[in-house]
Design a protein around this ligand. Sequence first.
Ligand code: PBG
Length: 307
Amino acid sequence: MVRETVLSPANLVMPLFIHPGKNRTEPIKSMPGISRITADLAARECSEIHRLGIPAVLLFGIPASKDAKGTGAWKNDGVVQNAVRAIKKEVPGMVVITDVCLCEYTSHGHCGVVSGDKVLNDATLELLARMAESHAQAGADIVAPSDMMDGRVGFLRKKLDSARLIDTSILAYSAKYASAFYGPFRDAADSAPSFGDRASYQMDPANAREAMREVRLDIEEGADMVMVKPALAYLDIIRRIRDSFDVPLAAYNVSGEYSMVKAAGSGKLLDEKRTIMEILTSIKRAGADIIITYHAREAAAWLTRKE
Ligand code: PBG
């Protein structure tokens, strides 16, 4: 009766890693309990988690081959494009969000076009727009640019609108920090940069005012929703953004946060279930409306069993 924060499956988004082929599952070593799956299995997974009350999934693609520009990212029959169509066919009510970033598709693992040891901001925008457009054409409801290039939200909005994809929303990874907590994901998506790091485009963990500026710019450029990533070490950022802006706010409970809990849980250092529910409730209490988490499926199952 006096509880202030109530977590619901409706707050959760489940990320899925899609690889090519059919009926193929490949467990991800760095993320116990999470696997790379094919489009057909993703559609099946979606019908199960939709029944648990999870409204949306976030898709990442691991293409069969990579190149310097990441051309696999905007193929009409690319891994993510195929999965979007399969999911929409099987579970039309599932909201499909796609991650828009080149790092899973480039041979060098950077999130944009590379020249020498530099990532070129403006040359990358055109490629991101092609990617977002092909996701939207395949049926994605929301595109989520995670590359952190400047000006990409406005650029994508213009391109989507001119392709008459006016109903596709943009969830901007606005305050995305250059974080050690992405380690397990880079193993999952095979996307670790082959040289340097992402500090020239992702944010310094020491900065909070910069997060406010990034969010303001993304909203001005047309973002429908904004995101803070990672979540746990950045609860103060979530709260500041919630207090200052009125668009829906997502928080990404990232791979390292997930794997840390799984490792501690299987080592019996922590009560895994209680830890997960405390973490997710705290992210919501901090001000997130939407929580993207690899725990989504297990948490929704616990919540719907009313334990
Ligand atoms: C792509 C991207 C990353 C994550 C989401 N989109 C990796 C990165 O920026 O290196 C990380 C997600 C996670 O750790 O769970 N740029």
